[in-house]
Design a protein around this ligand. Sequence first.
Ligand code: CUA
Length: 379
Amino acid sequence: MIIAWVLFAIVIGSVLFHIFNPWWVTPLASNWQAMDDTLTITVVITGLFFVAINLFVVYALLRFRHREGNPHAQAEPDNKKLERWLIAGTSVGVAALLAPGLLVYAKYVNEPHDALMLEVLSQQWQWHYRLPGPDGKLGASDARFFSATNPFGLDPQDPRGQDDLLVMGNEVHLPLGKPVVVVLRSHDVLHDFFVPQFRARMNTVPGQVSRFWFTPTVPGRYEALCAQLCGVGHPDMRGFVVVEEPAKYAAWQQELVSFAVASRPAAAPSVAASPLVEKGRQLADARGCMACHTIDGSPRVGPTWKGLYGKSETMADGSTEKVDEAYLRGFILDPQAKKVKGFPPVMPKLPLSDEEVSALVAYIQTLGEAPAGEQKAQR
Ligand code: CUA
């Protein structure tokens, strides 16, 4: 008897929860009404079955309760009529669950022709972005072109790629109301670009290009998450998509550097133009170092940079090494060569130029507590 009432209360509670829960009417930030409709259909169908099955159990518990005068339940293993009804009912239910999803997915990957292209490049544990230049086309890329001066692996011979705009940071901007085709690549392992507010996500698969499209319709700064477990830095693999008015977007786009400029050795003066330490700070942000390291002393996957420079580090074999410029330089260039006690050997080898390594080392140096004698060595 109690079980029957508990089940009844669960059914009523579940239905009321869905009607009154605050997430039900979350405003959308894009045009993916169809996705929400599909979710609603799924919830309604599974909800109806949930209510019907549980109420049937409640009925059976009350009707066939063991008590004088109550009828005995009869097993009916060969009730053809009932079986036909159950088969037909579940078939229609399963088809109704699957069919809308297929329609929505078809819409999700059938791109409009006038869409803006946005390439998302994923890498442990950071996001980079590429936008086409004035020609509106993205240049070809291939794994064999990856290098310190070509972190996107673009084909230097492809004229379509020369004007491509590169975003090395983890934040990208998009113009409001314009359809965007998102093209996804991975530099290393399986990742998944997921912006919950857009109802949009897609795996990035090494050696493969995946795509989907959507139209951002509400301005805002939305967080992009990695939705595939991709290693120790996975929870910190976050990016941002800023949706803004076309004029603001154009201004942001103006600041971007094209592939032709970025890959020219002559790009070096722009590096030298900003002070080395500031350059190092920007690199640490742009290259995803902050996914694993902190500058405030708190521990993460890797050692904090606060006070790192100048201290003695204990290695896995018990020996100690002084953290100086040579140590840091060697570690950044070949992270697997040394094993530090207490830290997993998971630091990825980043394609960095000599100048960029110097900038990072200079930045880390300013965060250290180098003894007075070494202050002179600072740049
Ligand atoms: Cu990339 Cu998880």
